[in-house]
Design a protein around this ligand. Structure first.
Ligand SMILES: [Fe+2]
Length: 307
Protein backbone atom coordinates (compact mmCIF):
# COMPACT_ATOMS: atom_id res chain seq x y z
CA UNK A 1 0.00 0.00 0.00
CA UNK A 2 1.44 3.46 -0.87
CA UNK A 3 1.87 6.01 1.91
CA UNK A 4 2.34 9.75 2.04
CA UNK A 5 5.03 11.80 3.79
CA UNK A 6 2.72 14.54 5.05
CA UNK A 7 -0.06 16.96 4.28
CA UNK A 8 1.24 19.91 2.27
CA UNK A 9 -1.33 22.57 1.33
CA UNK A 10 -4.94 23.68 1.16
CA UNK A 11 -6.52 25.64 -1.66
CA UNK A 12 -9.57 27.96 -1.61
CA UNK A 13 -11.67 30.31 -3.72
CA UNK A 14 -12.09 33.68 -1.98
CA UNK A 15 -14.14 36.75 -2.85
CA UNK A 16 -11.41 39.37 -2.30
CA UNK A 17 -7.79 38.35 -2.87
CA UNK A 18 -6.33 41.49 -1.27
CA UNK A 19 -8.46 41.14 1.87
CA UNK A 20 -7.44 37.47 2.10
CA UNK A 21 -3.77 38.38 1.67
CA UNK A 22 -4.04 40.85 4.55
CA UNK A 23 -5.75 38.26 6.77
CA UNK A 24 -3.12 35.61 5.96
CA UNK A 25 -0.31 38.03 6.82
CA UNK A 26 -2.03 38.93 10.09
CA UNK A 27 -2.42 35.16 10.71
CA UNK A 28 1.36 34.73 10.37
CA UNK A 29 1.99 33.56 6.79
CA UNK A 30 4.46 35.03 4.32
CA UNK A 31 2.39 35.78 1.21
CA UNK A 32 2.71 36.82 -2.42
CA UNK A 33 0.39 37.15 -5.41
CA UNK A 34 1.64 35.46 -8.59
CA UNK A 35 -0.69 36.33 -11.49
CA UNK A 36 -4.16 35.54 -10.14
CA UNK A 37 -2.89 33.13 -7.48
CA UNK A 38 -2.38 34.05 -3.81
CA UNK A 39 0.38 31.86 -2.37
CA UNK A 40 1.29 31.67 1.31
CA UNK A 41 4.10 29.81 3.04
CA UNK A 42 5.50 29.15 6.50
CA UNK A 43 9.06 28.84 7.78
CA UNK A 44 9.46 25.19 6.62
CA UNK A 45 11.03 24.54 3.21
CA UNK A 46 7.75 24.08 1.32
CA UNK A 47 7.20 26.89 -1.24
CA UNK A 48 3.43 27.12 -0.47
CA UNK A 49 1.06 25.71 2.12
CA UNK A 50 -1.99 27.82 1.30
CA UNK A 51 -3.31 28.81 -2.16
CA UNK A 52 -6.30 30.94 -3.17
CA UNK A 53 -7.83 32.44 -6.28
CA UNK A 54 -10.50 35.13 -6.48
CA UNK A 55 -14.05 34.04 -7.38
CA UNK A 56 -17.63 35.27 -6.98
CA UNK A 57 -18.50 32.29 -4.76
CA UNK A 58 -16.04 31.36 -2.00
CA UNK A 59 -15.25 27.67 -1.59
CA UNK A 60 -12.82 25.00 -0.42
CA UNK A 61 -11.01 23.74 -3.53
CA UNK A 62 -8.64 20.96 -2.46
CA UNK A 63 -6.13 19.50 -0.04
CA UNK A 64 -2.63 18.55 -1.18
CA UNK A 65 -0.36 15.77 0.12
CA UNK A 66 3.31 14.93 -0.47
CA UNK A 67 4.03 11.41 -1.75
CA UNK A 68 7.18 9.62 -0.55
CA UNK A 69 8.60 9.58 -4.08
CA UNK A 70 7.71 9.86 -7.77
CA UNK A 71 7.25 6.06 -7.84
CA UNK A 72 4.84 6.20 -4.88
CA UNK A 73 2.93 8.99 -6.67
CA UNK A 74 2.65 6.86 -9.83
CA UNK A 75 1.39 3.96 -7.72
CA UNK A 76 -1.29 6.23 -6.18
CA UNK A 77 -2.31 7.70 -9.55
CA UNK A 78 -2.62 4.21 -11.08
CA UNK A 79 -5.37 3.26 -8.59
CA UNK A 80 -7.76 5.77 -10.18
CA UNK A 81 -6.03 5.76 -13.57
CA UNK A 82 -5.39 9.51 -13.41
CA UNK A 83 -2.36 11.04 -15.16
CA UNK A 84 0.83 12.10 -13.39
CA UNK A 85 1.48 15.60 -14.72
CA UNK A 86 4.10 18.29 -14.35
CA UNK A 87 3.14 20.55 -11.43
CA UNK A 88 2.81 24.06 -12.92
CA UNK A 89 3.36 25.89 -9.61
CA UNK A 90 6.57 27.16 -7.98
CA UNK A 91 8.84 24.29 -7.02
CA UNK A 92 7.57 22.18 -9.92
CA UNK A 93 7.63 18.43 -9.41
CA UNK A 94 4.85 16.04 -10.30
CA UNK A 95 1.14 16.10 -9.47
CA UNK A 96 -1.78 13.66 -9.64
CA UNK A 97 -5.30 15.05 -9.20
CA UNK A 98 -7.78 12.72 -7.50
CA UNK A 99 -11.39 13.09 -6.36
CA UNK A 100 -12.54 11.42 -3.14
CA UNK A 101 -15.99 9.80 -2.64
CA UNK A 102 -17.34 13.11 -1.24
CA UNK A 103 -16.34 15.06 -4.33
CA UNK A 104 -13.36 16.74 -2.60
CA UNK A 105 -10.41 17.33 -4.91
CA UNK A 106 -7.25 15.70 -3.54
CA UNK A 107 -3.82 16.58 -4.99
CA UNK A 108 -0.84 14.32 -4.44
CA UNK A 109 2.54 15.76 -5.36
CA UNK A 110 6.15 14.57 -5.46
CA UNK A 111 9.60 16.07 -6.03
CA UNK A 112 8.63 19.70 -5.31
CA UNK A 113 11.89 21.66 -4.95
CA UNK A 114 12.50 22.98 -1.45
CA UNK A 115 12.37 26.73 -0.93
CA UNK A 116 14.99 28.23 1.44
CA UNK A 117 13.69 27.89 5.00
CA UNK A 118 12.86 31.14 6.85
CA UNK A 119 13.98 32.22 10.31
CA UNK A 120 11.88 30.63 13.03
CA UNK A 121 10.39 32.34 16.07
CA UNK A 122 12.85 31.32 18.77
CA UNK A 123 13.01 32.48 22.34
CA UNK A 124 15.42 32.28 25.24
CA UNK A 125 14.84 29.43 27.72
CA UNK A 126 11.57 28.94 29.58
CA UNK A 127 11.47 29.26 33.36
CA UNK A 128 8.74 26.81 34.33
CA UNK A 129 7.84 26.19 37.98
CA UNK A 130 9.89 22.99 38.03
CA UNK A 131 12.67 23.72 35.57
CA UNK A 132 14.53 26.99 35.20
CA UNK A 133 16.29 27.24 31.82
CA UNK A 134 16.89 31.03 31.73
CA UNK A 135 19.27 32.15 34.44
CA UNK A 136 20.80 35.61 34.65
CA UNK A 137 19.22 36.92 31.44
CA UNK A 138 16.06 38.74 30.42
CA UNK A 139 13.58 36.96 28.17
CA UNK A 140 14.32 37.62 24.49
CA UNK A 141 12.37 36.71 21.36
CA UNK A 142 13.98 36.26 17.95
CA UNK A 143 12.12 38.23 15.30
CA UNK A 144 10.81 35.59 12.86
CA UNK A 145 10.22 36.13 9.13
CA UNK A 146 6.77 34.63 9.69
CA UNK A 147 4.95 32.91 12.56
CA UNK A 148 3.48 29.88 10.78
CA UNK A 149 5.70 26.81 10.48
CA UNK A 150 3.66 24.33 8.39
CA UNK A 151 0.22 22.91 7.65
CA UNK A 152 -0.52 20.24 10.27
CA UNK A 153 -4.00 18.87 9.58
CA UNK A 154 -7.34 19.30 7.86
CA UNK A 155 -10.76 18.34 9.21
CA UNK A 156 -13.48 17.31 6.75
CA UNK A 157 -17.18 16.59 7.24
CA UNK A 158 -17.94 13.53 5.11
CA UNK A 159 -21.01 11.71 3.79
CA UNK A 160 -19.92 8.29 5.02
CA UNK A 161 -16.94 7.76 7.32
CA UNK A 162 -16.20 4.14 6.44
CA UNK A 163 -16.28 4.65 2.68
CA UNK A 164 -14.19 7.82 2.99
CA UNK A 165 -11.58 6.28 5.31
CA UNK A 166 -11.14 3.22 3.08
CA UNK A 167 -10.59 5.47 0.06
CA UNK A 168 -7.87 7.52 1.82
CA UNK A 169 -6.31 4.46 3.49
CA UNK A 170 -5.90 2.70 0.15
CA UNK A 171 -4.28 5.70 -1.55
CA UNK A 172 -2.45 7.54 1.24
CA UNK A 173 -1.78 4.70 3.72
CA UNK A 174 -3.39 6.54 6.65
CA UNK A 175 -3.66 4.89 10.08
CA UNK A 176 -6.43 5.56 12.61
CA UNK A 177 -5.10 7.13 15.83
CA UNK A 178 -8.39 7.63 17.69
CA UNK A 179 -11.77 6.47 16.42
CA UNK A 180 -14.72 8.22 18.09
CA UNK A 181 -17.28 5.59 18.97
CA UNK A 182 -20.73 6.07 20.50
CA UNK A 183 -22.57 3.18 22.15
CA UNK A 184 -26.28 3.15 21.31
CA UNK A 185 -28.61 0.31 22.30
CA UNK A 186 -25.67 -2.07 22.66
CA UNK A 187 -24.25 -1.19 19.23
CA UNK A 188 -21.18 0.86 18.35
CA UNK A 189 -21.51 3.81 15.96
CA UNK A 190 -18.43 5.54 14.56
CA UNK A 191 -18.76 9.32 14.60
CA UNK A 192 -15.40 9.89 12.92
CA UNK A 193 -11.69 9.29 13.35
CA UNK A 194 -8.36 11.06 13.72
CA UNK A 195 -5.97 9.57 11.17
CA UNK A 196 -2.19 9.92 10.82
CA UNK A 197 0.51 9.18 8.24
CA UNK A 198 2.24 5.81 8.37
CA UNK A 199 5.99 6.45 8.37
CA UNK A 200 6.96 3.32 10.27
CA UNK A 201 9.14 4.11 13.28
CA UNK A 202 9.23 7.83 12.48
CA UNK A 203 7.04 9.99 14.73
CA UNK A 204 4.24 11.95 13.04
CA UNK A 205 1.35 14.19 14.15
CA UNK A 206 -1.51 12.47 16.04
CA UNK A 207 -3.70 13.48 13.11
CA UNK A 208 -3.22 14.65 9.56
CA UNK A 209 -6.86 14.23 8.57
CA UNK A 210 -9.89 14.05 10.85
CA UNK A 211 -13.08 12.80 9.18
CA UNK A 212 -16.42 13.61 10.82
CA UNK A 213 -19.26 11.28 9.78
CA UNK A 214 -21.73 14.11 9.09
CA UNK A 215 -24.00 12.82 6.33
CA UNK A 216 -22.84 15.74 4.19
CA UNK A 217 -19.54 16.90 2.72
CA UNK A 218 -17.98 20.15 3.90
CA UNK A 219 -14.67 21.69 4.88
CA UNK A 220 -14.37 22.15 8.66
CA UNK A 221 -10.91 23.63 9.33
CA UNK A 222 -7.22 23.64 8.45
CA UNK A 223 -4.62 23.83 11.24
CA UNK A 224 -1.22 25.47 10.97
CA UNK A 225 1.61 24.78 13.42
CA UNK A 226 3.39 27.68 15.12
CA UNK A 227 6.75 27.48 16.90
CA UNK A 228 5.64 27.67 20.51
CA UNK A 229 3.17 28.92 23.09
CA UNK A 230 4.44 32.52 22.99
CA UNK A 231 3.93 32.70 19.21
CA UNK A 232 0.40 31.29 19.56
CA UNK A 233 -0.59 33.81 22.22
CA UNK A 234 1.09 36.72 20.43
CA UNK A 235 -0.85 35.73 17.30
CA UNK A 236 -4.06 35.62 19.32
CA UNK A 237 -3.71 39.21 20.51
CA UNK A 238 -2.46 40.53 17.14
CA UNK A 239 -5.43 38.96 15.29
CA UNK A 240 -7.77 40.39 17.92
CA UNK A 241 -6.21 43.84 17.57
CA UNK A 242 -6.57 43.66 13.76
CA UNK A 243 -10.32 43.05 14.23
CA UNK A 244 -10.48 39.48 12.88
CA UNK A 245 -13.20 37.05 13.92
CA UNK A 246 -12.24 34.69 16.71
CA UNK A 247 -13.89 31.26 16.74
CA UNK A 248 -12.73 29.00 19.62
CA UNK A 249 -9.99 28.77 22.23
CA UNK A 250 -7.39 29.14 23.52
CA UNK A 251 -7.37 25.60 24.93
CA UNK A 252 -5.62 22.22 24.87
CA UNK A 253 -7.38 19.27 23.20
CA UNK A 254 -7.61 15.98 25.07
CA UNK A 255 -7.10 13.91 21.88
CA UNK A 256 -3.91 15.01 20.15
CA UNK A 257 -2.98 17.44 22.96
CA UNK A 258 -2.64 20.42 20.61
CA UNK A 259 -2.81 23.81 22.25
CA UNK A 260 -5.36 25.40 19.90
CA UNK A 261 -6.71 28.77 18.80
CA UNK A 262 -9.34 28.88 16.03
CA UNK A 263 -10.13 31.89 13.83
CA UNK A 264 -12.43 32.65 10.88
CA UNK A 265 -10.99 34.15 7.69
CA UNK A 266 -12.86 36.91 5.75
CA UNK A 267 -14.91 34.23 3.91
CA UNK A 268 -15.83 32.38 7.10
CA UNK A 269 -13.39 29.47 6.62
CA UNK A 270 -11.95 28.28 9.93
CA UNK A 271 -8.17 28.27 10.31
CA UNK A 272 -6.35 27.12 13.46
CA UNK A 273 -3.05 27.94 15.11
CA UNK A 274 -1.67 25.02 17.10
CA UNK A 275 1.45 24.05 19.02
CA UNK A 276 2.66 21.22 21.30
CA UNK A 277 0.67 18.37 19.65
CA UNK A 278 1.28 14.66 20.37
CA UNK A 279 3.58 12.67 18.03
CA UNK A 280 3.17 8.93 17.48
CA UNK A 281 4.66 6.27 15.25
CA UNK A 282 3.24 3.07 13.80
CA UNK A 283 3.49 1.19 17.12
CA UNK A 284 0.99 3.59 18.81
CA UNK A 285 -1.74 1.57 17.10
CA UNK A 286 -5.41 2.57 16.85
CA UNK A 287 -7.70 3.37 19.76
CA UNK A 288 -11.42 3.81 20.43
CA UNK A 289 -12.46 6.89 22.39
CA UNK A 290 -15.76 8.44 23.43
CA UNK A 291 -17.53 11.60 22.17
CA UNK A 292 -16.77 13.12 25.60
CA UNK A 293 -13.04 12.59 24.91
CA UNK A 294 -13.45 14.27 21.51
CA UNK A 295 -15.05 17.35 23.08
CA UNK A 296 -12.80 17.31 26.15
CA UNK A 297 -9.82 19.52 26.85
CA UNK A 298 -6.88 19.35 29.27
CA UNK A 299 -7.79 22.99 29.89
CA UNK A 300 -9.81 25.66 28.11
CA UNK A 301 -13.29 25.59 26.55
CA UNK A 302 -14.84 22.19 25.78
CA UNK A 303 -16.79 21.34 22.64
CA UNK A 304 -16.23 21.58 18.92
CA UNK A 305 -14.85 24.69 17.21
CA UNK A 306 -17.24 26.55 14.95
CA UNK A 307 -20.38 25.89 16.98
FE1 LIG B 1 -7.64 21.11 14.56
Amino acid sequence: MPSIKDILYVRFRVTDLQAQKQFLEDFGFQTKIDGDLLMARGTDETPYIYLAQEAVEPGFVCVGFAAESADALREIAAIDQVPVETNPLEGGGLIARLTDPNGFAVDVVANISAAPSLTVAGRSGLNSGNEKQRLGERVAFADPECSIKRLGHVVLMVNNFQETFEWYQCRLGLLISDEIVMEKEGEEHTLGAFTRCNRGEEFVDHHTLFFIDAGHADFNHAAFEVANWDVLMRGHYELKKAGHQHSFGVGKHLLGSQTFDYWKDPNGFMLEHFTDGDLFNESFGSHKRSPADLLGTHWGPEGMPGQ
